[in-house]
Design a protein around this ligand. Structure first.
Ligand SMILES: [Zn+2]
Length: 186
């Protein structure tokens, strides 16, 4: 369900990202504590897509085999399923969640990957991402002047930076959000 957002957000940046291609393949950047965030507001539809190392949300990236790890993954998955608890939209915009998609090898619905170019699966070298895609519908999108990601940084302290591409009424812009500067202005 993400072709629209991906097409809008990524195609203009294909050239800029090309230099990463040989290191990261089609999986995009994978840097612990950093997550990529695409935001697109089109009419009353607000789409958010988060691509993050699983480390940022659960603290590890290996398959969850122990009961404790499984509980951690389940809790993170449940929390990621409630985007309006992680992102504060202005109440006047009257946004509601229309769709949520969560994908990760840790959730059993995406493949793990190996960053070693030689294909060796050395223990400890396997990385996993978590991809979250949200579609929200906002009854008063003109009131959507900003989004505050402070709750996400608070709930998932392993996340220290969001690298944002925003497409909104004022065009396309990039931004970097941190716990100290968590407000994304449209
Ligand atoms: Zn990793």
């Amino acid at each position: 369900m993400r072709p629209l957002l991906l097409a809008l957000a990524l195609i203009p940046f294909a050239a800029a990202q090309a230099h990463d291609e040989h290191e990261h393949g089609s999986l995009g950047k994978h840097e612990h504590s950093v997550a990529q965030l695409n935001v697109a507001l089109d009419g009353s539809t607000l789409e958010l897509e988060v691509d993050s190392p699983a480390m940022n949300f659960v603290g590890f990236e290996h398959p969850a085999s122990s009961a404790a790890d499984q509980a951690t993954v389940a809790a993170a998955r449940a929390q990621l399923g409630k985007p309006l608890e992680l992102v504060q939209a202005p109440a006047a915009a009257k946004c509601g969640v229309a769709e949520v998609e969560l994908e990760s090898p840790l959730f059993g619905n995406a493949k793990a990957h190996d960053h070693d170019d030689d294909g060796d699966e050395h223990e400890g070298h396997q990385h996993s991402d978590i991809n979250a895609h949200y579609k929200l519908t906002c009854a008063a999108p003109e009131a959507l002047t900003s989004l505050d990601f402070a709750p996400l940084f608070k709930r998932f302290p392993g996340t220290q930076k969001l690298v944002v591409q925003l497409i909104g009424p004022n065009g396309q812009q990039g931004a970097e959000l941190t716990p100290a500067s968590s407000l994304l202005k449209f």
